[in-house]
Design a protein around this ligand. Sequence first.
Ligand code: NIG
Ligand code: FE
Length: 411
Amino acid sequence: MKTLIRNIGLLAGITDTPRKEGAAMSEVGCFRNAWLLLDGDRIADFGGEVVEGDAPSAVDREIDAGGGMVLPAFCDSHTHVVWAGSRELEFEDKIRGLSYAEIAARGGGILNSAALLHDTSEEELYRQSLARVREVMAKGTGAIEIKSGYGLNTADELKMLRVIRRLSQEVPALVKSTLLGAHAVPAGMSKEAYVRLVCSEMIPAVSSEGLADFVDVFCEEGFFSPTDTRRILEKGAEYGLRPKLHANQLHISGGVQAGVACGALSVDHLERTGEAEIECLRGTATMPTMLPGASFFLREPYGNASGFIREGLGVALASDYNPGSSPSGDMRFVMSLGCIQMRLTPAQAFNAVTINSAYAMGVSEEAGSIARGKLANLILTKQEFNTPGSIAYLHQTPFISRVFLKGRVLA
Ligand code: NIG
Ligand code: FE
């Protein structure tokens, strides 16, 4: 079926490049007074005042964008949306002054979520997770990476990953899946024994069911060292799982170096970095990914995104949607924090939540920009939102008129 979207005030995010770095992060390809043709679930063609030629007329349906903007749906390359129950009580502990690390050391945090998840059926876990995915799709997320990591034993990690697979089959968003067995050391086990279990049992089991695209480790003091990390990432790679990594959230941990050495697709968090991390990332295929929602919620420093870009690197932004450090998956909020707190220009923040986040989850051939042949994952905005910057600036005003995922209007 061919659908023509016409009367588009600004078609934003046109690019064929798989990622943007340095000065290119300030460029957003745009056509004014544009049209966009969808064929089934794909973008077939587009045009506007800067290209010759009229909009096609032989189409099955036409949609009037009402002079609003059309942009690629957000890509969220780092989430933990499959979790059970709530950690609201820890929210109060945080307000009273306990840090993320202190809550974790008392057996709360990730271990708390693991206990809740263990006692929740796969069906119920799916139901709770689906509600979160539906919420973020309605907020404009068209591609989402989801991690395991609240299982902390093989059976429960598999349970989480099956829920992620079912989500990928049932929802119109593009879903990628990551094994994060090494998220915390489970109670009653030494770290060494657990790393062995992840390598010798969990990775082979996950791979034999084809349940994950990526492997991740929480490389952090009190969790897993760079040496543990490399062992796990190398084992994952043997089984065809590309590394992504939690690095430098609470300390300068050596995580960036471990990730780059293992060919990670992305290194994520980066609240704490220096010159060495920038030099290590330069010229690599690894996308530095920052999670300003976690900085906001934990009152931690924001990553040095503008410094990275000045040094010629690319940056992606993602939500980290999870119950402990970032209980929001709103990518528009992430974009606004990128501008307000990290001093990214709107154009830089726009590229960080679209094409670069697509790259960081391995889908930049399919999503993250307006390009012929890509999935028709789109946001149509209300008429008054007529620049990418307006979305970040009027940060609480509803801006979406319609979301299209795989060529269909989200109900
Ligand atoms: O990315 N820091 C490690 N993992 C998550 C938080 C998980 C949790 O607290 O439940 C994060 O922030
Ligand atoms: Fe995370």
